[in-house]
Design a protein around this ligand. Structure first.
Ligand SMILES: Cc1cc2nc3c(=O)[nH]c(=O)nc-3n(C[C@H](O)[C@H](O)[C@H](O)COP(=O)(O)OP(=O)(O)OC[C@H]3O[C@@H](n4cnc5c(N)ncnc54)[C@H](O)[C@@H]3O)c2cc1C
Length: 486
């Protein structure tokens, strides 16, 4: 009665239904490192995955399990493994990307042909997106009613504790060869750019729990008011832990609700849970539009005249646009694999509106450099910022990077931390260093603005206004359907 637990983005013991299902009998706990996935992980996420797998292997071993890593195509490996192990069941946590859904369906069918049962569980979201529908049974396209419905459906399922004991089955003879985590090539070597990431993060379930504890103790009460402030740690920084499933959203929600009771932090808790709601909403959108990272949600944007400007894109990526809050964010991202949400909004708006560059260029850079790069949240947020997304920011919202900096980093502490050239600059000029008189402490190495704010804003508004006059285009499937119906 051997079971297989197929681990993916759920590298934890706590509140892990797939592991619980296999706790009673001997099981194989398998991670298949797909060398040819639909969208390969970016560099920062690869770094995180390597560390997370190592932490999970240790935690699993401590309760009698054993993490077996195999590199290759899951569709070939899993059925072969099930056959060699004489497995009777395979368990996994559901994923929401189109390619992953298709892979899982094909593997389930292959297992059925072998006479092996499969069972999947929701462990990644508070609610399965299929369960959150409008009165008419349609998926939601607007956040507020989506989240209202999520909350109206009753309390979120309570998280389950980690199994106390697991039983590792022996690795079968003739089964695919196992790989060493260190041999997967996940860590950067030449050059090794991961020093800043290692300083900033502790990947793994224990690191996730510690982050949650710290946030609930120190950050929850003031979260609603303080979350947009850039200096200090005003948010939970749980996003990469959630990305790799090192902590479950149900555990976070339950711990947040309990902490809010004790600390009278209901406003903070409500706001914080609604941010988790945005994560749920992004996954619900991905399910509705599988090519969210390539295709505009709003087809009007298919006609948008994005510019091509490689030097401007390079300046944005490297944090050398001359706008301190944008550059500080881009350098924080490069160094730590993370960027504060407010700065993601400002930097995203700057790329798409001030520079007029395609949101897909920004999405791709974030995909490569964010530890939390997520196939739902990254494109959904990029499209939101660009104006092409579901429930998106209106096109005329062009963030002013100077005013945003002054509002959310009034003393310039965030800018000084990430831009040493400006460390000595008086706070009056910190968000517009080009206005500083000589002797105010502006570093000469810091670039002048690559675009003028007022001119860039006017250009963006003109381009977006032109877009509004363009009739909406239909998707190919809608065109086909229209043709068919005459
Ligand atoms: C252009 C852009 C790209 C983004 N790309 C990603 C991404 O690839 N992966 C990712 O997890 N988040 C992404 N976000 C959302 C958000 O910036 C991060 O989730 C957040 O900054 C993570 O920090 P935190 O854990 O301290 O958040 P907290 O403020 O502590 O929020 C708690 C959790 O809620 C979720 N959350 C918060 N805001 C959002 C949001 N707007 N959309 C979806 N989930 C949210 C995250 O899981 C987060 O960990 C992006 C936002 C923008 C504007």
């Amino acid at each position: 009665m051997t079971a297989i637990v197929w681990l993916r983005d759920d590298l934890r013991l706590d509140d892990q239904p797939a592991l619980r299902a296999a706790a009673a009998a001997p099981a194989l706990f398998v991670y298949v490192f797909d060398r040819n996935p639909a969208r390969p992980l970016g560099g920062a996420a690869r770094w995180w995955l390597g560390k997370s797998l190592a932490a999970f292997a240790t935690a699993l071993a401590a309760i009698g399990g054993r993490l077996d890593v195999v590199a290759g195509d899951p569709e070939a490996i899993l059925p072969a493994l099930a056959r060699h192990a004489g497995a009777t069941a395979v368990y996994w946590t559901r994923r929401y990307g189109a390619a992953e859904i298709e892979t899982d369906a094909r593997i389930a069918a292959a297992m059925r042909r072998e006479g092996v049962a499969t069972q999947s569980f929701n462990g990644q979201l508070l609610r399965d997106p299929e369960a959150v529908r409008t009165g008419a049974g349609a998926p939601f396209k607007v956040f507020t009613p989506f989240w209202r419905r999520c909350c109206e459906l009753g309390p979120f399922e309570a998280p389950h504790a980690a199994p106390r004991k697991l039983h590792a089955a022996p690795w079968p003879h003739n089964a695919p060869r196992r790989a060493d985590i260190d041999d997967l090539g996940l860590q950067p070597t030449k050059p090794d750019w991961s020093g800043g990431l290692a300083q900033a993060w502790a990947p793994g379930e224990a690191g996730a729990r510690a982050r949650l504890r710290r946030f609930l103790d120190d950050g929850l009460r003031d979260y609603a008011e303080a979350r947009d402030q850039l200096a200090g740690e005003t948010t939970s920084r749980l996003s990469p832990h959630l990305r790799f499933g090192e902590i479950s959203p149900r555990r976070i929600a339950a711990a947040t609700e309990a902490a809010a009771q004790g600390a009278h932090a209901h406003r903070g808790a409500e706001k914080f849970l609604s941010e988790l709601g945005w994560r749920e909403f992004s996954h619900a959108l991905l399910l509705q539009q599988p090519d969210l990272a390539q295709k505009n949600w709003n087809p009007r944007f298919d006609a948008f005249p994005w510019r091509r400007d490689p030097p401007a894109l390079a300046a944005w990526r490297r944090g050398r646009t001359g706008y301190p809050v944008v550059d500080a964010g881009m350098r924080e991202l490069w160094t730590t694999g993370y960027m504060h949400n407010r700065v993601r909004l400002i930097a995203g708006s700057f790329l798409t509106k001030h520079l007029g560059l395609d949101w897909r260029d920004g999405e791709a850079w974030f995909w490569d450099t964010l530890c939390d790069a997520d196939e739902a949240s990254n494109p959904a947020n990029w499209q939101w910022v660009a104006g092409s997304g579901a429930d998106a920011a209106p096109y005329f919202r062009v963030f002013n990077p100077i005013l945003q900096g002054e509002k959310f980093d009034p003393q310039g502490a965030y800018v000084r931390r990430w831009i040493p050239e400006l460390a000595g600059l008086d706070a009056r000029y910190i968000h517009a260093p080009w206005t500083a008189p000589t002797g105010a402490g502006a570093g000469r190495a810091y670039p002048a603005p690559i675009v003028n704010h007022a001119e860039a804003r006017a250009r963006a508004l003109a381009a977006f206004a032109g877009l509004d006059a363009t009739p909406p285009q239909r998707s190919p499937s809608a065109r086909k359907a229209a043709k068919k119906s005459g």
